[in-house]
Design a protein around this ligand. Sequence first.
Ligand code: SAH
Ligand code: SF4
Ligand code: F3S
Length: 454
Amino acid sequence: MTTARRYYHITTFGCQMNKADSERMAGILENMGFEWSEDPNQADIILYNTCTIRDNAEQKVYSYLGRQAKRKHEKPDLTLIVAGCVAQQEGEALLRRVPELDLVMGPQHANRLQDLLQQVFEGNQVVATEPIHIMEDITKPRRDSTVTAWVNVIYGCNERCTYCVVPNVRGVEQSRTPKAIRAEIEELGRQGYKEITLLGQNIDAYGRDLPGVTAEGRHQHTFTDLLYFVHDVPGIERLRFATSHPRYFTERLIRACAELPKVCEHFHIPFQSGDNEVLKRMARGYTQEKYRRIIDTIRKYIPDAAISADAIVGFPGETEQQFQNTLKLVEDIGFDQLNTAAYSPRPGTPAAQWSDQIDEEVKSDRLQRLNHLVATKAAERSQRYLGRIEEVLVEDQNPKDKTQVMGRTRTNRLTFFTGDINQLKGKLVKVKITEARAFSLTGEPIELPAPILV
Ligand code: SAH
Ligand code: SF4
Ligand code: F3S
């Protein structure tokens, strides 16, 4: 007789929220006795945690699913799950499209995976996409890294950017309590984690839904208050956060970042377009002038801060001149990194209905021109590191050169240097930068931690 070991596999698409959800769902599956299988074809449970931000992200899932649906005909006890944003968007329709599916579950249901699976094992085909209050989950996530960790602070998004599916698929804003967030970070500190990234789609909205107002009439639990509340957790050396929204970004937050030593000098603040008319049609709620003022203020307090952002080209109605305004903003600001995308019409969003859609060729031409400028500017920004000594938190081996380790500077530049991962993983190392490329650096350690004595 063989004891039945049961395996699961998760493939994750999309943003850091999805990655964080996947780690929690993996924790639940391990708690239920399933073991990780790198190869989906060896797994008894396959979970796709999906993204629908652009059409190509959504289509990817269907091709993966098709293959596993076929496999299910040979292995009927295979459990097939679609979680995440495509699940939320499509719901029941996914079952009609792929009848082999056992479970379709939206992002708000991630913590309920065990209950939902129980229903599946009782022979049901389950769809869980109704809006619910997300419960604190006590199961330990299975985290990919032992050095850096994500911590959700606010779920959902109450904005209505006219191109974006996120509010439809992630639901309304729901902040976790400062106490629950701090408790999770303290536990991570005890486990030896060194760096925490606080996550929210619009992190500046943190606390708006929590009770409590100060004497000055402001919410008691703003994101800035949260930073003060968690920054001194023992063991944690670095704090990061994403994503900031220019509409709500405050000088008070910048001052807190300048003041709190663990908060890293990196800001991710998507601007989407450098043209005011386009920004208005996107319903972003700020102008390019306001965006520039935010960056100026950051640089006033923290001159060396790295700035990254997201931008969209080819939004409906975008003229060449309006696109040029995006190029101008990128030229002027000098981003350390910029995630760019061609506009993709999404189901259930206003802009998808508009008649002034831009031709695909025009979009991809603009994307190429923007990407070219981004790489040029990033390479310029990288030059400032040459000869400098940077603190690098070592995360892993360089997969392309096993004699090297890799980590990030406080400003989030990926950095490689020669070293032994067994000795250096999780260590903060002072590295003298000797080579600078657009998006990464190479250096030499000038001060290594004491070797581990055996
Ligand atoms: N909450 C963040 C971003 C969430 S989505 C913010 O408000 O900035 C991540 C990025 O995907 C966005 O910043 C945007 O640049 C891009 N994006 C969102 N919807 C898109 C669409 N329909 N087409 C192309 N890019 C899109
Ligand atoms: Fe989407 Fe706008 Fe919300 Fe960001 S702020 S997730 S772009 S709706
Ligand atoms: Fe994608 Fe959902 Fe994140 S649509 S970008 S996985 S919130």
